[in-house]
Design a protein around this ligand. Structure first.
Ligand code: C5P
Length: 230
């Protein structure tokens, strides 16, 4: 049985400023998506990758990936995505081959995740955990607020919090059930699995697995890449 990675890459990247969809913007001369696909393909366990392209951009993304000579040991499919991240992930899951039993979901917007982090997530799922997320302690203190008034409603103890990243890894059946039965505002896949009452395990994340969201993140990503190349 095989391990697959679904890469949602259908976001427009509004917070990054005007331009192409985020996954198609370049980092070190290569599209962010190409970095993300390579990061997944580098993990020995991953033999299938489903890239979820912008709804009207599947042909463009296919051509882009073909132009960058991706590893032949990995089976790469491209499918069109949907309006919200969770729609895109669901469409990606629907394209998985039958012989896949472990699924990683990895944001295209985290192009620099190290292979060690990917493998730690796969190993934990293969070791029996139904859902695994990489996470890091927070530098900032976090407050909940009333969005209408700005009044602080609480300060969760920082030592109990983790900022979670991707790839998030799942037993395929668990993730499929979550996507077919959970709805509402959820910003990650593990959050849907939690709503089923299934335990989710956090393993150490990595600073370089940060999400490229705002313009400053691109500056940081270029610097990380440059450091890797020396
Ligand atoms: O918007 P956010 O930063 O949470 O997006 C995380 C990932 O989900 C990105 O890689 C983005 O391309 C993807 N996404 C998607 N379909 C959407 C919205 C976001 O595949 N409709």
């Amino acid at each position: 049985l095989r391990t697959a990675a679904v890469i949602p890459a259908a976001g427009r990247g509004v917070r990054l400023g005007p331009g192409a969809p985020k996954a198609l913007r370049t980092l070190g001369g290569l599209p962010i998506l190409v970095h993300a696909v390579r990061a997944m393909a580098r993990a020995r366990a991953v033999s299938v990758i489903v890239v979820v392209a912008p709804p009207d951009g599947a042909a463009e993304v296919r051509a882009l990936l073909d132009a960058h000579g991706l590893p032949e040991t990995t089976d790469i499919k491209v499918v069109p995505g949907g309006p919200e991240r969770q729609d895109s992930v669901r469409l990606g899951l629907a394209a998985l081959p039958d012989d896949v039993d472990v699924v990683l979901v990895h944001d295209a917007a985290r192009p620099l995740v190290p292979v060690e982090t990917v493998e730690a997530v796969v190993d934990a799922v293969r070791g029996g955990a139904p859902a695994v997320v990489p996470g890091l302690p927070l530098a900032d203190t976090v407050k909940s607020v009333d969005p209408d008034t700005g009044a602080v409603t609480g300060t969760p103890k920082r030592s109990l919090l983790r900022a979670v990243q991707t790839p998030q890894g799942f037993d395929r059946a668990v993730l499929a059930k979550a996507h077919s039965s959970v709805s509402g505002e959820v910003t990650d896949d593990a959050g849907m699995v939690e709503q089923l009452g299934v335990p989710v395990l956090v393993v150490p994340g990595h600073e370089e697995a940060f999400k490229v969201t705002r313009p400053l993140d691109l500056v940081l990503a270029e610097a990380v890449l440059a450091r890797r190349r020396v």
